[in-house]
Design a protein around this ligand. Sequence first.
Ligand code: ATP
Ligand code: MG
Length: 265
Amino acid sequence: MSIFSIRKLNLVYGGTRPVHALADIDLEIDEGEFVVLLGPSGCGKSTLLEILAGLQRPTTGQALFDGRPIAGPFPSVGVVFQDASLMPWRTVARNVQLGLEIRGRDKALRRRTADAYLQLVGLAGFGDKYPHQLSGGMRQRAGIARALANEPSVLLMDEPFGAVDHITRIRLQEDLVRIWQAHRRTVVFVTHDVGEAVFLADRIVLLSPRPGRIHDTFRVAVPRPRRRGDLSLLKLEASIYDALHAMDAGASPARAPLRALAAAR
Ligand SMILES: Nc1ncnc2c1ncn2[C@@H]1O[C@H](COP(=O)(O)OP(=O)(O)OP(=O)(O)O)[C@@H](O)[C@H]1O
Ligand SMILES: [Mg+2]
């Protein structure tokens, strides 16, 4: 059953020179699914994520959550951005507790919840530190813990690992898969890294720019835990690079049928 339904959606940013950011987007996202939005810079990935978060309204068409139009930000979603955007004056634990504090939860519950999620993301014992005392990768983990502490049914992540080094990024991807397997929340994850997309996703939605359209969709039917360098994943990566090149060459961006490229192992 779809948790998000995007139907015939267009988004035009207004102003003196309007920008047609998203065109004719039709997308269903299932409950518990891990969907990656992939595409070059400016193709509308963040805009689409903001629509799912209720931070942008479609110009035409519909964006539904659980069958109802998304009218504004709502508590069932947790959002993680590229920079963890922690509050520098709060300790890590108090950053993680923020949502619970806003909802008026008592101190003992807040502490327990923060401890549990800090442990889950590998930051047990770092709750008393301030954000500047953590590495970039640790701050991203804290940002994920903060989003999870509100126990959202959906996690929306906009290039959350874009600013960390390669090895940390690989670890964070593995952590995220582990957390996703433990909780099975729906995840919509934005990246322009093809390797990251095939490692993480159940399904990859490839967007083309100007205006942003769904160029192609790839199902990643490789069981987890996935091994980097796995032949099926590499084949899928090659197909995605082909699609990106076709896109650059201006080949028809028609709505290609869903491909089950990595089904055979
Ligand atoms: N607030 C805004 N006002 C006007 N135009 C905008 C606004 N936000 C984004 N755009 C434009 O909409 C298009 C899509 O932008 P968006 O940020 O969604 O792309 P993106 O795929 O996330 O890119 P990146 O990979 O660089 O983050 C771009 O052409 C951008 O310039
Ligand atoms: Mg973006």
